[in-house]
Design a protein around this ligand. Structure first.
Ligand SMILES: Cc1cc2nc3c(=O)[nH]c(=O)nc-3n(C[C@H](O)[C@H](O)[C@H](O)COP(=O)(O)OP(=O)(O)OC[C@H]3O[C@@H](n4cnc5c(N)ncnc54)[C@H](O)[C@@H]3O)c2cc1C
Length: 404
């Protein structure tokens, strides 16, 4: 029977708690190893079969996208109700059922800028994890200066024709569809960009994974040679893609700050202080043995507390209809720093265990921390570098001028 959300917050909490107790499989209440993260899409293998059951149950309620409108498959919850759901999931250590660029970035932008047909066509598949999306923004000559992109999109009457190259396209080789920035007018810069969607299995799309020093290949070079795209897959107006691109980046910055960087939420991993106590030990009063590390963890916790309050304030401002666009840059900058600092502290707490990369000699949790520490180095680059975010803050928030 579909979940009927009571409007009273306490009644809602009680009902959600009962639903989670009944529906969250036991193994979905344990820390999530990296190889059990569910990204959805055609190639998803569900290494742990319970994760398929968990995703289906959550998606059927629309709770993978709790605040999206019900008519597009979302949960139709208010922000307060979504917060309660999140708290109740955290209470039992429930895993995030679906990790998805569609949920975090593309879907919210499509809700704002897509037409009705596009929303009905694409959003429910995102909610259910049936389609995995990748982001075609960066190009070899256009990263920080994104509006300098050159991938060409020509109007051929009954379709568009796309030629060009993207780079650093995360998981392009595993994605089903791409949301892509293309140039539809090369006589102007920002006003000559359009936002278009296409299937990664279209003829003329080629992905070449970039092998990293770690041995993994999370990014690709992505090539488009005479890719034909139906005209109804362009979002918004021709040459009107830049404002969609910017809004999507705000969603990207906010979501990676709020869910990916700032905490271990959704992975079931222990928080920093508990983690350090286990690995470093405690004194008779239950305090962390290493006084210096204890002080730095306390500093980090204060920073994290201030950060979470800032995020909450920005969410309240958004709810009150105030413009928060550039706050996303402040939050993204702070979140990247905070996550990198947290991983430094975790690796330090591990001592020599923190040197583990693979093999039998190190436990799985320790290896996850070490890999997380290295991965965190990318936090100040992805979704706009820290330098670029500081530029946005200095110009748009503080009103400073370019230094000549
Ligand atoms: C983990 C990760 C995932 C990513 N996933 C994707 C993806 O899925 N899709 C996608 O399209 N892209 C993706 N990217 C690419 C990312 O968006 C770009 O790397 C980023 O925008 C920077 O562009 P760039 O690499 O071309 O560096 P550049 O723009 O060449 O910058 C190089 C350095 O110069 C600095 N710099 C540049 N301009 C200025 C300036 N005006 N003032 C001060 N400093 C400046 C930058 O801060 C940086 O330190 C990903 C990157 C990472 C790390």
């Amino acid at each position: 029977m579909p979940f009927d959300a009571p409007s009273d917050p306490d009644a809602f909490r009680e009902k959600v708690r009962g639903w989670l107790e009944e529906n969250c499989p036991e193994s979905m209440r344990t820390p999530m190893p990296e190889d059990e993260v569910v990204w959805g899409g055609r190639r998803e293998k569900f290494k742990n079969p319970d994760s398929k059951v968990w995703l289906e149950r959550m998606a059927n309620e629309g709770w993978t996208a709790p605040t999206w409108p019900k008519e597009y498959g979302g949960g139709g919850l208010t922000r307060e109700q979504a917060k309660i759901l999140e708290q109740e999931m955290a209470r039992i250590g429930a895993r995030t059922p679906l990790f998805s660029f569609g949920l975090w970035m593309f879907g919210p932008a499509l809700i704002e800028f897509g037409n009705e047909e596009q929303k009905k066509r694409f959003l429910p598949d995102i909610v259910h994890g049936r389609t995995r999306w990748c982001q075609g923004y960066s190009e070899p000559g256009a990263g920080s200066d994104l509006a300098g992109l050159q991938t060409k999109c020509e109007d051929k009457g009954d379709h568009y024709l796309i030629n060009g190259q993207k780079v650093w396209t995360s998981y392009a080789n595993e994605a089903d569809w791409i949301f892509c920035l293309v140039r539809t007018d090369n006589t102007v810069k920002h006003e000559g960009i359009s936002f278009i969607l296409f299937d990664m299995e279209s003829e003329g799309v080629e992905t070449r994974p970039i092998k990293l020093i770690s041995g993994s290949s999370p990014f690709c070079e992505t090539f488009f040679s005479d890719v034909k795209v139906p005209k109804d897959q362009l979002v918004g107006e021709v040459n009107g893609g830049w404002k969609i691109a910017k809004r999507l980046l705000q969603h990207e910055r906010s979501s990676i700050s709020a869910s990916g960087f700032g905490s271990t939420r959704g992975t079931g991993m222990l928080e920093l202080e508990e983690y350090a106590k286990i690995h470093v030990g405690t004194d008779g009063d239950g305090k962390l043995l290493d006084g210096d590390l204890r002080g730095r963890i306390a500093d980090h916790q204060m920073y994290a507390k201030a950060f979470n309050l800032t995020v909450q304030r920005s969410q309240q401002q958004a709810k009150a209809g105030q413009e928060v666009g550039h706050t996303a840059s402040i939050i993204k900058y702070a979140a990247a720093k905070m996550n990198q600092d947290k991983h430094e502290l975790m690796v330090e707490a591990l001592g020599t265990e923190g040197l583990g990369w693979e093999g039998e000699g190190f436990d799985r949790g320790a290896k996850m921390v070490t890999r997380g520490w290295l991965r965190s180095k990318g936090n100040s680059i992805e979704g706009g570098t820290s330098e670029i975010n500081l530029n946005v803050v200095s110009k748009r928030v503080l009103g400073l001028r370019d230094h000549q």
